[in-house]
Ligand binder design. Sequence first.
Ligand code: FRU
Length: 581
Amino acid sequence: MKNMRKWMMALMALICVSAMATEGVHFTRSGVRDMLIRVSGQERYLLIPIEEAAPEYRMQVIEDGRIVRTVVLRLAAKGKIDYYVPMDLSAFNRESLVLAVHVWNQPDGERLREVSPMEYIAWNELKLANTFDTSNWDKYRPIYHHTPLYGWMNDPNGMFYKDGVWHLYYQYNPYYSMWQNMTWAHSSSKDLIHWTHEPIAIEPDVLGTIFSGSAVVDANNTAGFGKDAVIAMYTSAELMGQCQSLAYSTDNGLTFTKYSGNPIITADIPDFRDPNFFWNEQTNEWNLVLACGQEMRFYASSDLKNWRYLSAFGSGYGSHSGVWECPDLMRLPVRGTKEHKWVLLCNINPGGPFGGSATQYFVGDWDGKTFTCEHNDTRWMDYGKDHYATVSFSNAPEERHTMIVWMSNWQYAGQVPTKQFRSANALPRDIDLFKDKDGRYIIGVRPSLECEQLRGEEVTALPEAAIIELTTTSKKNPTTLTLFNSKGEKVVMTIDPKTNTFTTDRRHSGITDFSEAFAAVTTTPLYVNAKKYKVVIYLDRCSLEAFDADGHWSMTNLVFPTEPYDRIETNGKVKIYNVNY
Ligand code: FRU
């Protein structure tokens, strides 16, 4: 009886909602299954109210009786609206357009039991508009790092360089700032620092959402899509499986057409993704690496469409405490020599040195068929907690190996205290190999040369965005650098000549309670014994990237001080530069 009354109330509320709905947006209920929304206004965007704590619901966009898109939403339930996101309706025929929100056949959530979906405040708050304001309202948005204007970002994808322009695609959720609805968004840059936001490049289709992958410039038209066509390969991901698909672009990566023969590679394992491919000059064919559970599988092709399986690598090597993802195989020069070595990057989640996700790598040889690793120890590319999904640009000039790194960790990426956007990319980095004192080949990392343009004037007060150089003054005692604010929040960095390490302690850095895994101390070996040791630190509101001045290591960590760190305490020699952006 009580329930009956509840439903009656809900129905009444719905009827009221319909009457009160914004002009141009009308609701009807169909049976007990869907909320149907008709949009008759001609404005370009439907602005959708989102509440991040609400359960996920599937919305189907139906045009002329056919489902043309499915998106997952967290519609504002009874709490406050966190923000609006726009759905661009300009491509749809308004006469026949119906948006069906499946409110009943979704996984149950706490909130679902608390509030009937029929009573959601979202129904009252949908709006139509011709513009969507993307100006920044998030206090932690970095000043000089790449971020999405709004929404969620994870892995960098399909990066390539062509005609003086660096193209960066990335895993993107346009519908709220948490992982879902994977799409390839696109940004381009002439200097790797200033990025232009381009239109969305690849959208989900019936084969699934668009997971990570890579892209090449097909200079010899091997695939038949045209000379210099940009060919992207990505994982089509469905709840029930993953397969690989191709898309090509004949306008320098602005728009992509999906290949009619998709999918091109299938398998019978659940984790089968993140294709990374390149032209192998030694064998004159394309090579491809795919992450498959806890191994990497290699393939070869002459036309990018038909791939033959070659071999697998992984068993017995490196960390296996998580799933292997986002591979990259490249031939790196050894610093100061004419020697080269093949290096396989392998992102792993979880299982990183400080918990959660991280990038490990293997040094060895690739003969066009098999990858051989020449060491048994596990090697990490970065010694912070926020360095993942690292892959390189294809076709980079001057034989550079330029990388983009997603600056977060799967342990808490969805909970960090930002809202308008979630996640930034780290500064671009160039890598090579060096030999350490034990003769091991280690990846050497430096900020890409383009980062030098960021260095402004030397200053005395610490700005929100700064480049800080720390040099040791003692060969015996630790050199420390503390960044702090008037709230007593601090980050302590230490160069310790006794242990030959550099450490960042962010346990008291500000907001840390959004995840138990956030408060952490991270440590890197210095690799060299220097009389004077210098570390260069890039601070950008919520990130600290430390680099050995001689390019031996990097350490990437996020911090969320409740007010900016504006003071420094140190027993070392410090230079602070403001940032030109
Ligand atoms: C790595 C990853 C990839 C996958 C993508 C999905 O962070 O899990 O393996 O393709 O994210 O967004």
